[in-house]
Design a protein around this ligand. Structure first.
Ligand code: GDP
Ligand code: MG
Length: 733
């Protein structure tokens, strides 16, 4: 077909039509019913393949991308795919990233969430807390001071009171009387002390008043600042949803469940990156997302955080290597992206990102990937995603883990150096220069190749079915048929030999019986004339016996032959069924029972009815007794006359002469009979041979059917290979 002329996208329809055409042309009608059956079987098989191919092509058509060069990031969860993509989004100002960052900035401004804002609030809080604490200490000190002073007054007052009491004991009555109006100096002193003490209480209240009000002001400040901080904290949580790194996983498996497409522009180039769910996921949703993503992609990065080659699976579960082969086989460009996990920025100061040991492992990985993917596999590129991301992520929540890590990282190296040392700078130029250049041609090549691979996949399944099933089946059936046919030939030949032998034996028996009969007459010394009559009558009697027994003898042989033939046919059929069952089983295992092997071994009932008429019918046509017409033999008997004259003189001589004459005549008759039987057999045998020929050709039918299907499948395979080849050339144009 000429796929070159097809518009992009139209190629899928063209393939379907072409496949239809190829498959329809293969099974034309025939008048041979056995071949017609085989054609029908082949058509059913091919239909199943066509259905499968059409389904795959349909899916390709639905997912194919013809305009934007699309690169899938493919690998296990936690390999770092999203981290790398996030870094590229920031570096290349990807649209949705840009608007998110703007939203981040606006939200940050609106809710005053800058580092300064946070710090100012924290400082104010700290200040007030500190001040409140200081004021509390001051209050304590004042309280303590006044307590001391109060205590001093109290002691003074108590000692004066004691003095006054002691003085009063020594007072005269008069003095006591006077004391009612006149106070002693001690008493006056006491009163003044009391007044002073009271003044002290006032003084204390006065001293505390302002400080305490300051302190409570501070405390109320602290509580409102705390409220502000709580509000700020909840806004920061909201802000974190807008921060850089939103697509990076948290270590939870299947963080990325859907494939996300990020469109990029770099210079004049446009391309898209696909963030694909982890390939270890088993959910059907994840599996179909992966399938669609690889159908869309024109190049694939297999991202891994381990430098070792992907694991092989076992019989039961496919390993990563098998998954990669199954998913990426149709890709035209596959790279490995090794994401070296780095936790300490110090590691970036080593001369190379990848150690010697890791490089050795990566070389091995490259080798294994090349083995799986052939020429379409490119190479490994190494990066360290997390530090690269941190170095460019300037929209992070202040105080967050990432912000802290970023600060720590940038203390040691600037952003440019980090990008250089993490391999991201080189990766970026690989991506934007090498990979996406000449993308129109690459898109065509990739999409045609995927279509080609789809055709190829189904073709190789078909080819497998052809080679491993019908091809081998046809060959084995053919060998078995030849074998059975040879056995039939042998059986027929031995029947002939046996019939001749049995015929001869019967004639010999006839001869010896007739001989015995005539000899006993001869012993009675009979005349030559009588001898002639007796011989004739002995021959006639024994001929009658022979005519009676010969058909039975032949029937026995024919029955034996029939038994043999049936056994040969039966054994052939059983073996053919066994072979068919064996291949059917292999088939079921390989194709999940999708393609049933179909061959008609029994050949309807035709074979059975042919077998029934084969030997039984023969005797209806044959008449072995009729082959032995006696008249000419009797007429042809010869008796030597001169010997008869001499026998007149000697009786014993006559007896021996008569015996001699009997023998001569019997031998001659027997010889004639034998050749009559042989002639008879020769005459009727072709009829039997004809039946055996029919039988042999019936035995050929299963092999012919298998051969016919095999031929059809072979030419379907060839035509599809042609189609696949033309897709390859078309894609390269
Ligand atoms: N220490 C370290 N962690 C990384 C690095 N790259 C990715 N990670 C972490 O690995 C986890 C998964 O990363 P992510 O990009 O979501 O992986 P994905 O599942 O392949 O998309 C995240 O927690 C990342 O922080 C790296 O270079 N160093
Ligand atoms: Mg991810």
């Amino acid at each position: 077909m000429s796929v070159e002329a097809v518009t992009p996208g139209g190629v899928y329809q063209k393939i379907s039509l072409e496949v239809d055409r190829i498959l329809q042309n293969l099974t034309q009608t025939t008048t041979d019913p056995a071949l017609q059956q085989a054609n029908e079987n082949a058509r059913q098989q091919l239909d199943a393949f066509r259905q499968k191919l059409n389904d795959n092509i349909e899916s390709l058509q639905k997912n194919a991308e013809w305009n934007t060069f699309t690169i899938a990031f493919y690998g296990e969860t936690n390999a770092g795919k999203s981290t790398i993509i996030e870094t590229l989004r920031i570096l290349l100002n990807e649209q949705s990233k840009r608007s998110r960052q703007q939203a981040f900035r606006e939200f940050q401004k609106q809710h005053q969430l800058s580092e300064d804002d946070i710090e100012t609030l924290q400082n104010a809080l700290n200040e007030n807390e500190k001040r409140a604490k200081e004021l509390a200490v001051a209050i304590e000190t004042i309280n303590h001071d006044f307590l001391e002073r109060e205590k001093a007054f109290q002691t003074q007052i108590e000692s004066i009171t004691a003095l006054i009491a002691a003085q009063r004991q020594h007072f005269s009555l008069w003095r006591k009387f006077l004391n009612l109006w006149l106070k002693t100096p001690e008493q006056k002193e006491k009163e003044s002390q009391i007044v002073l003490k009271q003044a002290l209480v006032h003084e204390k209240a006065h001293a505390l008043k302002s400080i305490e009000s300051q302190k409570s002001e501070c405390e109320s400040n602290v509580s409102s600042l705390r409220q502000l901080q709580a509000a700020q904290k909840s806004k920061l949580d909201e802000l974190s949803l807008l921060a850089d790194g939103e697509i990076i996983g948290t270590g939870v498996s299947d963080f990325t469940m859907d494939t996300t497409l990020y469109p990029f522009e770099s210079g004049t180039q446009q391309f898209a990156l696909l963030d694909v769910p982890g390939i270890e996921g088993k959910e059907s949703k994840v599996l179909s997302q992966i399938q669609h993503a690889v159908e869309k992609a024109h190049a694939v990065f297999y991202v891994t955080s381990k430098p070792t080659a992907p694991q092989k699976g076992d019989d039961k579960t496919p390993g990563t290597l098998e998954k990669i082969k199954a998913h990426l086989n149709a890709q035209t460009e596959v790279w490995t992206l090794f994401n070296k996990r780095i936790t300490n920025p110090v590691q970036l100061n080593r001369p190379t990102l990848v150690s010697d040991d890791e490089q050795l492992s990566l070389d091995d990985l490259n080798k294994k990937m090349s083995e799986q993917l052939g020429d379409n596999y490119r190479d490994t590129w190494s990066v360290s995603a997390m530090p690269a991301f941190l170095s460019v992520a300037d929209h992070l929540v202040p105080g967050s883990e990432n912000a802290k890590k970023r600060t720590k990282l940038l203390e040691k190296l600037n952003s440019e150096e980090v990008l250089e040392k993490t391999g991201l700078k080189g990766f970026l130029s690989l991506l934007t220069q090498q990979l996406v250049s000449d993308s129109k041609a690459k898109i065509t090549r990739s999409n045609f190749n995927k279509a080609r691979a789809t055709v190829e996949d189904v073709t190789s399944e078909l080819s497998y079915l052809q080679k491993e099933s019908y091809g081998k089946l046809a060959k084995q059936l053919h060998n078995d048929t030849i074998n059975a046919q040879q056995l039939l030939d042998i059986s027929l030949k031995s029947l002939k030999t046996r019939l001749i032998n049995q015929g001869e034996d019967a004639v010999d028996a006839f001869k010896s019986r007739a001989r015995k009969q005539i000899y006993s007459e001869i012993e009675d010394d009979i005349s030559n004339d009588r001898f002639k009559d007796e011989l004739k009558s002995a021959i006639e009697q024994q001929h009658a016996t022979l005519s009676d027994t010969l058909p039975g003898i032949f029937r026995n042989e024919l029955d034996k032959f029939k038994g043999e033939t049936e056994e040969i046919v039966e054994r052939f059929q059983e073996h053919a069924k066994d072979i068919l069952a064996t291949y059917s089983k292999l088939q079921e295992r390989k194709f999940d029972n999708q393609f049933e092997l179909k061959i008609d071994i029994d050949n309807g009932l035709k074979l059975t009815s042919l077998l029934a008429t084969l030997a039984g019918g023969a005797l209806l046509w044959w008449n072995p007794a009729g082959w032995l017409i006696l008249g000419p033999a009797l007429a042809g008997m010869v008796f030597a006359v001169y010997k008869a004259v001499r026998s007149f003189f000697s009786s014993s001589y006559k007896i021996s002469q008569q015996k001699q004459s009997s023998d001569d005549n019997l031998n001659k008759i027997a010889r004639n009979m034998k050749s009559s039987i042989e002639e008879g057999i020769e005459k009727v045998f072709p009829e039997l041979e004809e039946k055996v020929v029919q039988l042999k050709s019936m035995l050929e039918e299963p092999a012919r059917q298998a051969k016919q299907i095999n031929t059809i499948l072979t030419s379907a395979t060839q035509n599809l290979r042609h189609l696949s080849l033309s897709l390859e050339t078309a894609g390269d144009k």
